[in-house]
Ligand binder design. Structure first.
Ligand SMILES: O=P(O)(O)OC[C@@H](O)[C@@H](O)c1c[nH]c2ccccc12
Length: 263
């Protein structure tokens, strides 16, 4: 079994546990369900950096990156440093996150928040809204095309935007599911290998109207510069900031370097 299959089989159990503790009816009663969301796509288009800075304590590929990271410190720091949005890993078993991280972040910041998880069930979409997300990630390789359309429609009904994650050309037919943003994951979720070239290759095939985001393995401002020239407007970065004791200043330095290049 590859890692994606392992994550998904654990995820099914996690969803059952969460549903037993807090069913959909209860989620629908939460005040947050009626909340007006922030548009992540607009924030990316309007921001100077286009950086979506991720909160991630660990990952299956790197192990622990920042085990005791405090979500409020990190995400408020990202906002101050100029992130266009923040991505928050809520997967517990493999990424050391929890839905409560998003709840805490939401109370402190106004930048759009992406719920980063492996969405395979409608329950998680209601939950995303209830815990304070503005957008959800849908990973093509984790769901069928039909599910992708169904999940995107539900997300939109709840006022959430959708970031559709593709990895390779075989998944291009998912691009018609009316996602607000299309992400190209440079990391192969079965082997963990990252190749920025995936982004340069895939963007040639994506609809020209799409808001394109390059995800994973980015650590060099020169790479962001070239990705931007190729047509990417958003850059999803996690480890490069989380590996520092102070992720806020790591992001501020990175944005500083980008700004100098643009002059
Ligand atoms: O830490 P990195 O290499 O900068 O990557 C961030 C982000 O792209 C990565 O965490 C990610 C992209 N797609 C995912 C899907 C599930 C979990 C995690 C991810």
């Amino acid at each position: 079994m590859n890692i994606l299959d392992t994550i998904i089989s654990e995820k099914k159990k996690e969803i059952i546990r969460q549903q037993e503790a807090f069913g959909t009816e209860l989620l629908l009663e939460s005040e947050q369900i009626q909340r007006k969301t922030f548009s992540m796509s607009r924030s990316i288009r309007e921001s100077a950096s286009g950086i979506i800075a991720e909160f991630k304590r660990r990952s299956p590929s790197k192990g622990w990156i920042h085990p005791h990271a405090n979500v409020i410190d990190v995400v408020t720091g990202y906002e101050k440093a100029g992130a266009a949005a923040s991505s928050i890993l809520t997967d517990e078993v493999f990424f050391g996150g929890m839905p409560g991280d998003l709840v805490q972040a939401r109370q402190q910041v106004k930048i759009p928040l992406l719920r980063k998880d492996f969405i395979i069930d409608e329950y998680q979409i209601y939950q995303a809204k209830a815990i304070g997300a503005d957008a959800i990630l849908l990973i093509a390789s984790a769901i069928s095309r039909k599910e992708c359309k169904r999940f995107a429609t539900l997300a939109h009904q709840l006022g959430l935007e959708v970031l559709l994650e593709l990895h390779d050309i075989a998944e291009l037919d998912y691009a018609d599911c009316e996602a607000d943003m299309i992400g190209v994951n440079n990391r192969d979720l079965t082997t963990f290998e990252t190749k920025i070239d995936h982004s340069f290759e895939m963007i040639k095939h994506l609809p020209s109207s799409a808001l394109c985001i390059s995800e994973s393995g980015i650590s060099d401002p020169n790479v962001v510069f070239s990705l931007r020239q190729a047509g990417f407007e958003g850059f999803l970065m996690g480890e490069n900031f989380m590996k520092h004791e102070d992720p806020q200043s790591a992001l501020a330095n990175f944005i500083g370097q980008l700004t100098q290049m643009a002059v």
